[in-house]
Design a protein around this ligand. Structure first.
Ligand code: FAQ
Length: 316
């Protein structure tokens, strides 16, 4: 009989050979737990992420903007759905995951605990938050767990539309009145640093990175992705004609990258531990939405039951 070591060796070999791990394959318990943690946090982020933008659907400035925002928020519900389904392949139920979110036990991205104050915040979320999300998620299309990698391919396609709709909002406003451009600058001033925090703690303070990189759950480290995001975003800010709120931001010829200032890690810790500006409001809104959707779930289950008995009766 084979021992666990040889299973582990074969498992790591598969990963080293760039083969996907599928739900039916043997996997170390810690790999399964890491995936449940990461994919469910990601799913929670998608559905909590609907809330700050959902607030603005009734206040979009034109029919075209309203349609695009509605489609974006619906896409995010869909992303949550694919990601919860991918998590369920690892042997945990959706109800359990939702309970973890609603009881405050599970994390979701820090970024969604900041308030959306103006219409240009919707543009800034699309440009910066979706921009950061894509940077991280394109790499995850090559993650080692098959169901997660496949979900990411579709999610990335949709996220790139989200980023473009955000940038288009900002570009339009920057070409508008002086007040509109000021509004964009104010939004970017507030969303820039929280967007950099989305990539997680610095590599030296990231407890999960080393193992997740070895298992190829993560393909690039938190700091590598953050640097790529800064390098991609600075030229886009120049086209908008706005400044990014970091006096230390400067192209470094010898590194071939932009240098940037230190993130306020104390703020990050506070937001992640439940003390951000909107943590309580977001969880309350999420729980309320879940409770108000109870009748829909009950009706769908009753209908599924009815169809099942009908088809059983016709077989009999
Ligand atoms: N916020 O050791 P690491 C989106 C936690 S989707 C809160 O580095 P890891 C779409 C981390 O969970 C945005 N917590 O951890 C959208 C861990 O906690 P734990 C979400 C954070 O997992 C756009 C601890 O710190 N994307 O935005 C954060 O190796 C617009 C130690 O950290 C994903 O979830 C944070 N920012 O790396 C929707 C992508 N950062 O579990 C609507 C998938 C770290 O020990 C509108 N996830 N933590 O208690 C990942 O790539 C990884 O999980 C990282 C963290 C990179 C987020």
């Amino acid at each position: 009989m084979e021992n666990v070591n040889s299973f582990e060796e074969r498992f790591q070999q598969k990963i080293d050979n760039e083969e996907k791990i599928e739900a039916r394959d043997w996997m170390p318990e810690a790999y399964r737990k890491t995936l449940i943690r990461q994919i469910s946090q990601h799913a929670h982020s998608e559905i909590v992420g609907m809330l700050p933008e959902g607030n603005f659907i009734t206040r979009a400035p034109s029919l075209k903007r309203k349609l695009a925002l509605l489609a974006k928020v619906q896409d995010e519900a869909g992303h949550g759905l694919y990601l919860y389904s991918a998590t369920e392949t690892l042997g945990i139920s959706r109800d359990e995951l939702i309970d973890q979110l609603h009881s405050g036990k599970a994390k979701y991205s820090s970024i969604f605990n900041y308030p959306t104050l103006t219409w240009s915040d919707i543009g800034a979320i699309g440009w910066l938050v979706d921009g950061a999300a894509i940077m991280n998620q394109v790499a995850l299309c090559r993650t080692s767990y098959g169901p997660y990698a496949r979900a990411m391919v579709r999610i990335c396609k949709e996220e790139s539309f989200h980023q473009r709709q955000g940038y288009d909002i900002l570009l339009t406003m920057c070409n508008g009145t002086a007040e509109q451009k000021e509004m964009v600058q104010d939004s970017v001033n507030r969303w820039w640093w929280p967007s950099l925090m989305m990539f997680g703690p610095s590599d030296s303070d990231s407890p999960h990175s080393a193992q997740s990189l070895k298992w190829k759950v993560k393909r690039l480290s938190n700091d590598e992705l953050r640097q790529r995001f800064v390098d991609m975003t600075v030229p886009q800010a120049e086209i908008l004609g706005i400044t990014l709120p970091d006096p230390l931001l400067k192209y470094n010829e010898s590194r071939g990258h932009y240098d940037f200032g230190e993130i306020d890690w104390e703020e990050f810790r506070q937001v992640v531990s439940g003390n951000g500006p909107c943590n309580k409001e977001r969880l309350q809104a999420r729980v309320k939405a879940h409770e108000e959707g109870n009748w829909v779930r009950e009706a769908a289950s009753a209908y599924a039951e009815k169809m099942k008995s009908k088809s059983l009766a016709s077989v009999a």
